[in-house]
Design a binder for this molecule. Structure first.
Ligand code: NAD
Length: 293
């Protein structure tokens, strides 16, 4: 039966996810640094707190949807962290896109505190967070993943059980490498086509009817780049983080993967060059400027 979830991180993804939990009858005790995010949760019918420990008091389970694994560790085990107030055996689900090696060590530390971690990152962006149809990649001990499943089913359309703890986060970073490479290629295509004088709307139509089609050509170029809104709802810094995680994983495995390594550098350089808070589709601005520099 629906219970009460402490939900830490009420940003672009967390906010619509909590709305779906509330709609399904779950109680939500949320936490975010941002007062605006806390107010939005209260308006949706949840209760909001400034610290993870306050949100976790009396909660039956915890979901984190935070920028990265370091913030997740701090929200659980740091000062004012949730772990100290949770009942033994509580399941903690990290749905952020964290680094798999960090997730493994966090899982060990939580286990020492009597808590069970699942890594269950998502794909599908804000649109699928709103419709509750995210793709979810869940890693962890089978019985812990099974315990997390009812709540994951509220948030996701498909739930993939990827294996041991950390495997969800590894899978997610690999997906975002492929997705991010697709975005970068599609944006460089626009720069090249524009320079030659091609009709860019027509180019996108051709790509979408041809072998160049990918998620970026279908769902990003016209919607957020040619329209110049650059509001896809996924931050440039988050994409850089995700591809950096995959690149770090390759290094850990002793692999030399040139496309991955170049992608990680490109997205990191763009993040350093563009204003803080830029959307990932704004990579176009960076590529367009750099192309003629
Ligand atoms: P976001 O920046 O919109 O939200 C993160 C939220 O966490 C913010 O509201 C911020 O105030 C809050 N926060 C940061 N530090 C905190 C702390 N110490 N305590 C409490 N709250 C804190 O990011 P998002 O787009 O919602 O992404 C969240 C996670 O989901 C990231 O790991 C991201 O990589 C992943 N993700 C995002 C998308 C997307 O399309 N936006 C898709 C899939 C996965």
């Amino acid at each position: 039966p629906p219970c009460t979830i402490a939900f830490i991180g009420l940003g672009q993804m967390g906010a619509p996810m909590t709305v779906n939990l509330l709609k399904t009858g779950y109680g939500v005790r949320g936490c975010d640094l941002s007062p605006a995010a806390r107010e939005a949760l209260e308006a949706a019918g949840g209760t909001a707190f400034a610290s993870p420990a306050e949100a976790a008091a009396g909660a039956d389970g915890v979901i984190t949807m935070l920028p990265n694994g370091r913030v997740v560790r701090d929200a659980l085990l740091g000062n004012g962290g949730a772990a100290a107030v949770l009942a033994p055996g509580t399941v903690v689900i990290d749905m952020s896109s964290s680094a798999p090696m960090d997730t493994r060590s966090l899982g060990e530390d939580l286990e020492a505190a009597g808590l069970n971690l699942v890594d269950a990152p998502v794909s599908g962006g804000v649109a699928k967070a709103i419709t509750g149809t995210l793709a979810i990649m869940a890693g962890g001990r089978p019985e812990v993943v099974a315990a997390a499943k009812p709540v994951l089913a509220v948030l996701g359309g498909r739930i993939f059980e990827t294996g041991a703890l950390g495997s969800g986060h590894a899978t997610k970073s690999i997906n975002n490498f492929v997705g991010g490479a697709g975005v970068a290629a599609a944006l460089e295509a626009l720069v090249l086509a524009k320079s030659f004088g091609l009709d860019l709307d027509l180019l996108v139509d051709v790509l979408n009817a041809s072998t160049g089609r990918n998620n970026a050509t279908e769902n990003k170029l016209k919607q957020f780049v040619l329209s110049e809104t650059f509001a896809a709802g996924f931050g440039l810094a988050l994409m850089a983080k995700d591809i950096g995680i995959a690149d770090g994983l390759a290094e850990d495995m002793g692999l030399e993967l040139p496309t991955l390594h170049n992608m990680a550098k490109l997205w990191a350089d763009a993040t350093a060059a563009l204003p803080k808070g830029a959307d990932h589709t704004e990579l176009y601005r960076y590529l367009a400027e750099r192309a003629t520099a």
